[in-house]
Ligand binder design. Structure first.
Ligand code: ZN
Length: 279
């Protein structure tokens, strides 16, 4: 909690002083956005949320998987518009079908979603989507929009500070798990497709991955890929936008061979899912 307090004290100075206002690159083609929270503060916040995640969840005890996820992640991060950010990638031993990113580049993939994929390209599709949330500063922008002035006012009053900081950590964690709203999700799909293709993967894998997620979502409303059903734009609409974007790419991209053998080998290393007992 101390780190968060330091973070918000620093944040306060920026919000009040308005001396470090900056436009950061937040997307392909040199897209800029007005960002109040500095990169080091964003990383500090991400570290706090990451510690919270690792306090609640179990990292998969398989160095080969952790290294493989990091290898695929770094390949995409390197061609992204935040290639200098030190990203961190962790497989969590959990049967839920989910993956998420915190601010500052801490990404988590559940074994449940890894089991569903059939190629490294499908892993790259979800990876590129999550990296794009970090590039687009989607959580930082949401904090700014909701809390900009309120953080300053409440922290100045002092006694509200702990409550406020607790709420913000929860909001950041909740956003990461449930998705960032329609326009940010479309943006993450769009940038993600661009980055995965640039990294050498077959963009068609984003279509097959979303089709798998849509088929598997069934009547699940929570604990599913970023809360796909509750807050994400209609999956059919997402898939059709992705297809339009692929159609505008040189056709050879969609003919790249899928990396299936290596992925199947890695998948066979995953622990078997915990069998659910009937109530
Ligand atoms: Zn998302």
């Amino acid at each position: 909690m101390n780190e968060l307090r330091v973070f918000f004290r620093h944040g306060l100075f920026i919000l009040l002083g308005l001396s470090l206002l900056s436009c950061a690159t937040t997307g392909p083609g040199g897209k800029k956005s007005f960002i109040l929270i500095s990169e080091s503060q964003e990383i500090e916040l991400g570290q706090s949320v990451s510690e919270q995640v690792l306090g609640q969840e179990k990292a998969l005890a398989d160095d080969q998987w952790q290294a493989y996820l990091t290898e695929v992640g770094r390949k995409i991060a390197a061609v992204s518009d935040r290639s200098t950010l030190p990203f961190h990638f962790t497989v969590l031993d959990n049967d839920q079908i989910n993956a998420f990113a915190t601010p500052g580049g801490y990404l988590f993939f559940y074994t449940g979603i890894l089991r569903m994929m059939e190629s490294e390209d499908e892993l790259a599709a979800v990876m590129a989507h999550e990296i794009s949330h970090v590039v687009g500063r989607h959580s930082v922008k949401t904090i700014q929009a909701y809390y900009g002035g309120a953080i300053a006012a409440n922290i100045l009053l002092g006694d509200q500070a702990d409550k406020e900081i607790g709420q913000i950590t929860e909001i950041v964690f909740g956003l990461a798990l449930r998705g960032y709203g329609r326009s940010n999700e479309h943006e993450a799909d769009q940038y993600g497709l661009h980055y995965m293709t640039k990294a050498g993967y077959n963009p068609q894998a984003m279509v097959t991955m979303f089709e798998k997620l849509a088929a598997a979502s069934g009547d699940r409303e929570s604990n599913f890929f970023e809360g796909l059903l509750s807050t994400h734009p209609d999956t059919k609409d997402r898939i059709s936008r992705i297809k339009d974007q692929i159609a505008a790419l040189p056709p050879e991209n969609a003919n790249r061979p899928l990396i299936k053998t290596k992925y199947a080998q890695m998948k066979s290393r995953l622990p078997a899912p915990v069998e659910k007992k009937e109530p």
